[in-house]
Design a protein around this ligand. Structure first.
Ligand code: BGC
Length: 811
């Protein structure tokens, strides 16, 4: 193992416990020392380090939970059960692959596209639970991935009868029983909600087994908090729809996650922000102060229990409803303590700008705060707060005048028919804020492109078109090969053009759970190439003749024989949701720094991460990559990751997928119908926070449409909102439009290179000759061209690419 791998694994192992959420505890854990242990469940040996798809990172080794426990000195009494389960899982997987192939055939879709992102459903089994020991641990596992959504059924969101039976039996048999959830998203815990000890270990990357063993033995403390509400499946809102291949209506408006549960007084199983530790904490009565528009709440947190731990102080505000309806409360700020020893105390100050709580008023195309009483609540989860102050605003204030953008969803947002009433407490401090202090007038100057423009002026139309596309081989008339579009860094998802001397090329590996690159590389006379399948796992199993044909790949090609080989192992870090569960932007920054160091090592410029579309529905197949249902938590954690990566000169992040990409079903052609208010207050808000706070070097548009226009083709989104309102100065690129992955039999078309370039999305990825011809046709303006593109428009977009290539790769 290389030194960087050793160091980075140690960092991940040490930090991961901050992402582990203890949901239920009767004090049986941690264990005093390693002894005999009964270990069961799908995730015990087949531990999932992170979900599947473009975010799956190749680490040299993943420490499973079984291995981590044995390394820590436990004697596992259930090896026979684990062996027997392996057999069940193998047969289940074979059936699953055969089933996908059959269904794909029936649907007339290549198996790879049909099955992308599907995960083995949890199988039925009945293996005797005869292991003994001091305690029992049952590791329930769920996987999901890019390209498909989860299902609200047993074996996915629901537990299977086999799982429920065994979990209940173990809880009865053992005094000390721990249910461990090795999951990337929510599972409906209703049938096992009485289990005395439940821990979300989540999916923590390469060192997951070691981190879990550390927590089980109390050598590290679980201090994670939920970044998304965990409820019974039936209790999630069924107001808007989800998963339609053509049109998805976000009718629930701003009532997503806890905003829905709190406003409708629906009890979740475990609320947003909730998480126990091995210890307990007390918060002193908070003192609230206002200065200008800044509100700060100060409280002293004391560790009142018998173990060390960290607590997260959370501040929520109930914004008064007026002309605009308002959710019961919204997260306004948060702060995690240091690790506090038993008896130790720390003063914590949580500050926020009241202006950041403004809502978008569609009637006047501005964000506003209405007159009234703003109730400030302080606590340790969304359902465990005390009112600490009332801040009065005498007159309505306009915060920002904005563009009236993004079109019409075709409906009016739902409102709760009888919303939970916000009581205005009269026994707390009353403060006030002046309306004038809330006014914001951002001045965003356009980026100076003069030098880059001088370079592009000397190029022909034919040449210019290359610059706004990713690098592709001369032979790639229809598409670049997925997962192999970079020549410089094998396994990186793509890079900008290499065709011009003196113009550096930006190399882009995927994320977000680390750097996704090929672990083993061969070199022959033609250059570098990945050894083994470029895309492993299910991708490789589904790559049948049909799929090869769809991707323009040649099945008869002679395998390349390497003259020499080398390795490129990266470190798999925790999935996005786990990082968000730390509620610790500084820790997120440490993970970003780790990735930045590996980018330095491998010569990558733009990391295709972090990904932080909101958890609108627990069914989204990529929620594990994403961070939270709340835009503030998501935005601040993503800003931390961004600062960590970009602390390395010449390295940048690519925040994605901008925006309204909250489902995987038909993601390339699906149309998200969203109101302007929900768009601004929720879905764009997290991106805005990152852009304003951490200035990411790049942003990736999503595949989908919003209110009938592809996000990548929306000048309103990219020029008016992103650049003019938020002052974004980086590079905008598309998500990977690979022609083989594109369905042409859908209601909505896919995005085109010419229209994205015209809209201010200057880099169409990964690029191929057909895309270049599309741009040239738009320039010529002949019949058949979807849009008309002028030479100066193309020059401007090419100059943006040139500027960023020089700024990053030129260093
Ligand atoms: C995914 C992106 C990813 C890109 C490049 C796409 O299919 O949606 O998240 O960055 O591929 O691999």
């Amino acid at each position: 193992m290389n030194q960087y791998e050793i160091d980075h694994l140690a960092t991940v192992r040490e930090n991961a416990p901050e992402s582990i959420v203890l949901l239920a505890s009767d004090g049986s854990f941690p264990l005093a020392g390693p002894g005999e242990l009964a270990l069961y469940g799908a995730g015990a040996r087949r531990t999932i380090k992170g979900g599947t798809g473009s975010g799956d990172v190749n680490s040299r080794h993943v420490v499973t939970i079984e291995e981590g426990l044995e390394r820590a000195g436990f004697t596992l009494t259930t090896k026979a059960w684990l062996d027997a389960y392996d057999e069940v899982a193998r047969a289940n997987h074979a059936d699953f692959v055969a089933d996908i192939k059959a269904r794909a055939k029936e649907a007339g879709v290549p198996a790879l596209i049909y099955g992308m992102g599907l995960a083995d459903p949890a199988p039925a089994f009945d293996i005797p639970l005869d292991g003994g020991g001091e305690a029992a641990v049952y590791v329930l596992a769920r996987d999901s991935g890019e390209g498909n959504d989860r299902r609200p059924e047993a074996g996915d969101v629901g537990l299977t009868d086999s799982e429920i039976r065994d979990i209940r039996a173990l809880q009865d048999k053992f005094d000390k029983f721990l249910l461990v959830l090795n999951v990337g998203g929510v599972v409906d815990l209703t049938p096992v909600k009485d289990v005395r000890n439940i821990l979300i270990v989540s999916q923590l990357g390469a060192a997951i087994g070691d981190s879990f063993a550390d927590v089980l033995l109390g050598r590290a403390q679980p201090s994670g908090k939920l970044s998304t509400t965990w409820a019974a499946w039936e209790d999630y809102p069924a107001v808007g729809d989800f998963g339609d291949p053509d049109d998805t209506h976000y009718r629930e408006g701003v009532y997503v996650g806890y905003r829905y549960f709190d406003s409708t007084a629906t009890a979740p199983l475990f609320p947003f922000g909730f998480g126990l530790g091995y210890t307990s904490f007390e918060l002193s009565a908070p003192a609230v102060a206002v200065s200008g528009s800044e509100v700060s709440a100060t409280t002293t947190v004391t560790n009142t229990g018998g173990h060390a731990g960290k607590e997260v102080v959370q501040v929520y505000v109930s914004v008064p409803a007026g002309r605009l309806d308002q959710p019961y409360q919204a997260l306004a700020g948060f702060c995690k303590t240091d690790e506090l020893a038993p008896g130790a105390a720390q003063e914590v100050v949580v500050s926020f700008d009241l202006a950041d709580l403004a809502s978008y008023d569609e009637a006047r195309a501005a964000t506003v705060l209405e007159a009234g009483d703003y109730v400030v609540r302080v606590g340790t989860s969304s359902r465990d707060t005390v009112p600490a102050a009332v801040v009065h605003l005498a007159e309505a204030a306009v915060v920002r005048e904005l563009h009236d953008a993004l079109g019409d969803p075709g409906f009016t947002d739902w409102r709760p028919p009888s919303p939970a009433v916000v009581e205005i407490p009269d026994d707390v401090e009353r403060l006030s804020v002046e309306p004038a202090a809330l006014r914001r007038a951002d001045r965003c100057e356009p980026v100076d492109l003069a030098d880059a423009q001088a370079f592009v002026k000397g190029l022909s139309d034919e040449e210019l078109a290359y610059i706004v596309l990713g690098q592709y081989a001369e032979t790639a008339d229809k598409q670049s090969i997925i997962g192999q579009a970079s020549e410089a860094l094998v396994g990186a998802a793509g890079q900008t053009t290499t065709r011009f001397e003196g113009l550096p090329s930006l190399v882009m590996p995927d994320g977000p759970a680390g750097l996704r690159i090929s672990p083993e590389v061969g070199v022959d006379a033609d250059g570098k190439f990945p050894l083994g399948a470029a895309l492993g796992g299910l991708f490789a199993e589904l790559m049948d003749e049909e799929s090869l044909k769809a991707f323009g790949l040649d099945s008869d090609q002679e395998p390349r024989v390497p003259e020499s080989t080398f390795e490129q192992w990266a470190t798999a870090i925790p999935i996005g949701t786990a990082i968000a569960q730390s509620w610790n932007p500084a820790l997120a920054e440490a993970y970003g720094d780790l990735v930045g160091a590996e980018m330095d090592h491998f010569g990558a410029h733009l990391w295709l991460a972090p990904a932080f579309n909101l958890h609108r529905s627990i069914l989204c197949g990529r929620n594990f990559e994403y961070l939270s249902e709340d835009p503030l938590l998501a935005g601040r954690v993503a800003a931390g990751i961004t600062r960590g990566v970009q602390g390395h000169p010449g390295r940048g992040v690519t925040v994605k997928h901008f925006a309204f990409n909250n489902q995987e079903t038909n993601r390339l052609n699906s149309n998200s119908h969203v109101s302007k208010r929900a768009a601004r207050d929720l879905y764009l808000r997290s991106f805005e926070i990152v852009v304003r706070e951490a200035r990411p070097h790049a942003i990736m548009t999503s595949y989908n449409l919003v209110n009938g226009v592809h996000t990548s083709e929306s000048a309103e989104l990219l020029e008016s909102i992103l650049r003019q309102e938020w002052g974004f100065e980086g590079l905008v690129m598309t998500d990977w439009v690979v022609h083989g992955m594109t369905r042409t039999d859908m209601k909505n078309p896919r995005a085109t290179a010419s229209a994205t370039i015209k809209a201010g999305n200057e880099l169409f990825m990964p690029g191929c000759e057909e895309d270049r011809q599309d741009i040239l046709a738009a320039l010529r303006g002949g019949a058949g061209a979807a849009v008309r593109l002028s030479r100066s428009e193309l020059e401007k977009q090419a100059a943006r690419v040139v500027r960023m290539a020089r700024a990053l790769a030129g260093q």
